[in-house]
Design a protein around this ligand. Sequence first.
Ligand code: PTJ
Length: 256
Amino acid sequence: MTHIPEDHPRYASLITRERIVEGVQMGITSQQGLVAQGRGEAFDYLIGERTIESAAVAERVAVAYLLTAQKPIISVNGNTAALVPGALVSLADVTGAQLEVNLFHRSDARMHRIIEHLKAHGAGKVLGSKGDARLDLSHDRAIVDQEGIYEADVVLVPLEDGDRCQKLVEMGKIVIAVDLNPLSRTSLSATVTIADNVTRALENMIQFTKEMKKDSKKQLQAIIDSYDNRRVLADAMYAIQEHLKNQAGREGIEWI
Ligand code: PTJ
């Protein structure tokens, strides 16, 4: 890993980049994952590299769904495995969800490495290698475990592609997406869209779960019932606009 001095103004972003590069070197992250990370970085920059208020609301609703689910699953791909392996394991532990590896660029070797990587970070059972069920999709993200994503009622899909998100929603599942682009097909079709960096979102969700675990089912349901994903998407777009406006103002650039 390249040494990044802690006082570098872009320290957090550069460390995240290093983790993804390391993921590629370890054979966990796909090369395409580098491009996806670049897109995420750009949106994170536009949103101000912070958790906006509406994303925190979505994170709480996501936790309420995970805590009230019969069969919650956290889907793991090559990017999240490299960026937040420990947080994925912790979130699964505190919510009672199971982890399932599901890849767009699927290979047995990469599946195996990711499962072992999660286990090295404390995971127990990790689903995904059976691949004994199929979603109605023409690419490898279709391959899922029957006892996992196929039967799940709530699925958390950080950094998802739009096709599978839509398919899971069509199947009647609650789909929680983490995607910094509020205009992506995934963001537009998920039940709950968290427009936040996965590195911040998962840590927030672990904290919220600890706080909300003592809430009754009725209280959790009330949090779910009051939620409007369209408003959250609109707020993310507004936050980007306001952040750019403030940035322009600070630099003395007229906002036209
Ligand atoms: O490991 P695989 O084979 O399953 O492949 C995974 C990738 C991520 C390569 C694959 O799912 C893919 O190509 O994803 P997309 O279609 O590029 O979508 C990724 C979305 O996640 C984009 O909208 C990005 O803006 C967003 N994104 C990227 N990095 C982050 C992010 N959102 C939150 N946090 C990030 N760190």
